[in-house]
Ligand binder design. Structure first.
Ligand code: ATR
Length: 289
């Protein structure tokens, strides 16, 4: 699709953005649907966020994605913030409308879809979350919103897990929340008490792909094992789970579906998720890192 005077523009704010897979994923989706849209990487230094939002409006952008390190800081520059994004405390998608700049968090939707598409039903599930950072917040909110029965958060720094639970529990009275230090002792006895384990930490990501967030000495529980790390797609954690005969869910689904929801917000079209997934897998395979 040639770029012309009617091309709609979106992009991703990050610092740095050189490694992002989003332009390839979204541009392939625009092309597949014959939409005259383009998606650009937009490197943005933290001190220039406010100016950048003003520029989006001035330059007639349709919206943008927001990634590390801007997901929280961007919130004060928006006119409207969706309730989910507010509860999670982070915005990853901006939509420019006539009446202002709107912020959403599509990570929550992306994570839920990645579970549902594999047939995992979060309603009533007992969930164990490894990590308590930004990715954990979206994951915990998503599971609580989908009707999980219990959510236990294990984090290296236990205070962060406690803070996350404190922050989210009042919105979900029916969910049993707990937290612990990520350790052998906490994890060796979870068999029979969890249906889903989700790694939201960065452990296992390239270039340290031979590491796993699950302590060597603790046996894996009989549960679905999900890893949000997608580089590599087949993490050491997932390989161990598969070798133990457990069902696994990799991080590509969440990446694709968070993008798909943003695509839908901007264009109003049903996103071609198969095309987007193929592009992400191709992009990861062609990386040398
Ligand atoms: P993100 O937004 O990607 O979640 P983050 O907010 O920096 O990033 O959170 C990273 C998460 O990975 C945290 O839970 C972090 O644990 P701490 O809170 O103790 O820092 C976890 N993490 C990172 N490296 C880790 C490691 N080597 N072992 C265990 N947990 C680790």
């Amino acid at each position: 699709m040639p770029i012309d005077g009617t091309t709609r523009v979106v992009g991703v704010f990050g610092w740095p953005v050189s490694h992002t897979l989003s332009p390839a994923m979204h541009n392939a989706a625009f092309e597949a649907l014959g939409l005259n849209w383009v998606y650009l990487p937009l490197p943005l230094a933290p001190e220039q966020i406010g100016q950048a939002i003003g520029s989006l409006k001035t330059l007639n952008f349709a919206g943008a994605n927001v990634t590390i390190p801007h997901k929280q800081a961007i919130m004060r520059y928006l006119d409207h913030i969706d309730a989910g994004a507010r509860a999670i405390g982070a915005v990853n998608t901006i939509v420019i409308r006539d009446d202002g700049v709107y912020g959403y968090n599509t990570d929550e939707y992306g994570f839920l879809q990645s579970l549902l598409e594999t047939g995992f039903e979060p309603q009533g599930a007992r969930c164990l979350i490894l990590g308590a950072g930004g990715a954990a917040r979206a994951t915990v909110f998503s599971l609580a919103n989908a009707g999980a029965r219990s959510i236990t958060i294990c984090n290296r720094t236990v205070e962060r897990a406690a803070f996350l639970v404190d922050d989210l529990k009042s919105g979900f009275q029916q969910v049993v929340f707990a937290y612990e230090t990520l350790s052998n002792r906490a994890l060796e006895a979870v068999d029979g008490a969890v249906d889903l384990v989700v790694n939201t930490t960065s452990v296992g990501m390239k270039p340290e792909a031979d590491t796993t967030p699950w302590p060597e000495a603790a046996p894996l529980p009989n549960a679905v094992i999900c890893d949000l790390v997608y580089n590599p797609i087949d993490t050491c954690f997932l390989q161990k789970a598969r070798a133990a005969g457990l069902p696994v869910i990799d991080g590509v689904g969440m990446l694709v579906h968070q993008g798909a929801k943003a695509f839908e917000y901007w264009t109003g079209h049903k996103p071609p998720t198969d095309v987007m997934r193929r592009k992400v897998i191709e992009g990861l395979a062609s990386r040398g890192d």
